[in-house]
Design a protein around this ligand. Structure first.
Ligand SMILES: NC(=O)c1ccc[n+]([C@@H]2O[C@H](COP(=O)([O-])OP(=O)(O)OC[C@H]3O[C@@H](n4cnc5c(N)ncnc54)[C@H](O)[C@@H]3O)[C@@H](O)[C@H]2O)c1
Length: 296
């Protein structure tokens, strides 16, 4: 099946990046969000990101104009009716996603593939609320979407090989590198990443080393571009907490239980970059990495 029109549900951090990448590669994109201000913000962010690409000469003025022209913002899910692919990137909440998938299953044409960008919710569970579980798949982009090369493709229990192969080829057309995995808790990316982050937090909690030492060991010793504590701040400590709970519940193995320090920080509202404080402190306009006063 030829995919030409793609609907992206949710115009937040990931949705605007996904819309940007599809539109830049010539696809028509219906960008759908319940919030009109969020749609306006998404177009502003996409324009700013295209300007950055322009200043680095990685795109031309014509590509910028064509990309913006390819994106049609809308507030109703009914907008998916002419699409061959829907990529859902709404808020990470099981009930919300199940409700969205029921609606898009009703509104999308027969043959349309329904994908979710979820970080941790079971694709099989999402597929089960639709009448086309064979056409439901995970398309897990990484943040920031225009920069990060990986797309983790998650086959649900019923996903057909044809649908999986179509999404692999499509990801390549977007200039991405697809990796196909099966639908078990955390898939691959978060199943491996989150225990590492949790172990870094345990190391701090047990006073094995301080924030800077832990991150420097992993940066310089393992050639990671960012230490695990800084990465946790970037992802959001609430998000790390909820993904660890998915792993813990899904496997029933205590090795995934979130570190009590992480639980305390989330409860106290210290969520990392987005709240201004996590393992580091963040102030607007400053790029300097400053360890939070709590851990000095
Ligand atoms: N942020 C990341 O680093 C990251 C990375 C990979 C995957 N993800 C996944 O991507 C998805 C989106 O995450 P995000 O960080 O972009 O969230 P976000 O909070 O930035 O954006 C979510 C958007 O969904 C919209 N929304 C909520 N309900 C809706 C509905 N019924 N219909 C349409 N839009 C609706 C909200 O208005 C908001 O604009 C989640 O499933 C998350 O797990 C996030």
């Amino acid at each position: 099946m030829m995919i030409q029109t793609v609907s992206v549900i949710g115009a937040g951090t990931m949705g605007n990046g996904i819309a940007h990448v599809f539109a830049q590669n010539g696809f028509t994109v219906n960008l759908i969000d319940v919030s009109k201000p969020q749609l306006d913000k998404a177009i502003t962010v996409i324009t700013k990101n295209l300007d950055r690409q322009l200043s680095k000469a990685s795109i031309t003025e014509e590509i910028k104009a064509a990309t913006l022209k390819n994106i049609i913002p809308m507030t109703s899910i009914a907008g998916v009716h002419g699409s061959q692919l829907v990529v859902e990137a709404a808020t990470e909440n099981v009930d919300l996603k199940l409700s969205i998938f029921k609606q898009i299953d009703e509104a999308a044409p027969q043959g349309c593939i329904l994908a979710s960008n979820t970080s941790s919710i079971s694709i099989t569970k999402i597929a089960a609320v639709t009448k086309r579980p064979e056409s439901v798949i995970g398309m897990h982009f990484m943040n920031p979407v225009p920069v990060m090369k990986l797309v983790e493709i998650i086959n649900g229990y019923a996903t057909t090989k044809e649908v999986s192969d179509t999404i692999v080829e499509l990801s390549k057309k977007l200039g991405k590198v697809p990796c196909v995995v099966n639908d078990y808790p955390g898939f691959i990316a978060n199943r491996i990443l989150m225990p590492m982050i949790n172990e870094a937090i345990y190391s701090l909690y047990e006073n094995v080393a301080g924030v800077e030492a832990i991150d420097t060991v992993m940066k310089l010793g393992m050639a990671h571009p960012m230490g695990p504590l800084q990465l946790a701040d970037f992802i959001g400590l609430d998000v790390c907490y909820s993904i660890l709970n998915v792993l813990h519940d899904g496997f029933g193995n205590p090795k995934y239980s979130p570190c009590p320090l992480l639980v305390n920080m989330v409860t106290a509202g210290k969520l990392g970059c987005k709240s201004g404080e996590g393992f580091y402190s963040y102030s607007a306009g400053s790029k300097e990495l400053v360890v939070s006063g709590r851990f000095k």
